[in-house]
Design a protein around this ligand. Structure first.
Ligand code: HEC
Length: 204
């Protein structure tokens, strides 16, 4: 009788302890979300470029195909040269215009020697807004050693807010935070991309 009681007590202790442990993990996670850098019309060029770098590495998923260091993926061109090449790619198109176009509508110009495979960054999985695209362009310009001309306009911010208004309730419904979405996006895209490569090999 006494033993049974002790067993139940020990069991309850373990259950309550586990809940308490998990419970204190969750608020810690929510109280300290990663600092979100807000892009405004006033964001100085260098800061815009550093936000762009972060976006290119995380939410943008660009490094799944591109590289910005000696090591990295080579499905797409080395982005350290993108700004330098941009001036020569399309006659009459300046660096900033070309870079925006190649991120937003990649199929408008296919870099010779590369396949047509880049998704528009305005669509999932990257789902960048125009303010974020411009931040990425600022980063590509800083990488290429050209002047940072990319500038965020009030209209870009307004459009981004509209998207947020649409997305936030869905995120809330699913109980997903920005961190969770950011963490899930990379592997989810890598998985889809991997599956597509396998499928392409099977078809060949
Ligand atoms: C699924 C692979 C893939 C992903 C993801 C991808 N790209 Fe690309 N990208 C390519 C390929 C392949 C090319 C060359 C063919 C073409 O022009 O579309 C390219 C071309 C480009 C170019 C033109 C480069 C030049 O030298 O003219 C830029 C700029 C670029 N990508 C930026 C990005 C950015 C920024 C992201 C992330 C938001 C990104 N790409 C994500 C595959 C990808």
């Amino acid at each position: 009788m006494k033993i049974t009681f002790l067993k139940i007590f020990a069991f309850l202790l373990v259950v309550v302890g586990t809940y308490a442990y998990v419970g204190q993990l969750v608020p810690q996670f929510e109280e300290h979300p990663p600092a979100k850098q807000v892009i405004t019309v006033q964001t100085p060029p260098q800061e815009l470029a550093s936000i762009g770098e972060e976006l290119l590495r995380t939410k943008g998923g660009c490094l799944i195909c591109h590289k910005v260091t000696d090591a990295g993926n080579e499905r797409g061109p080395d982005l350290r040269h993108a700004a330098g090449e941009a001036a020569k790619r399309k006659p009459g198109m300046d660096v900033e215009e070309y870079l925006i176009e190649s991120i937003v509508t990649p199929d408008a110009f296919i870099v010779p020697g590369y396949p047509k495979m880049m998704p528009s960054a305005l669509k999932p999985p990257a789902n960048l807004n125009m303010a974020e695209v411009k931040a990425v362009v600022a980063y590509l310009q800083s990488l290429g050693g050209t002047d940072i001309t990319a500038k965020v306009q009030a209209a870009d911010i307004a459009a981004a807010k509209k998207i947020t208004i649409l997305i936030e309730p869905i995120k809330a419904d699913l109980g997903l935070g920005d961190a969770a979405i950011g963490v899930l996006q990379g592997p989810a895209f890598a998985f889809v991309n991997g599956a597509a490569q396998v499928a392409a090999r099977v078809v060949q």
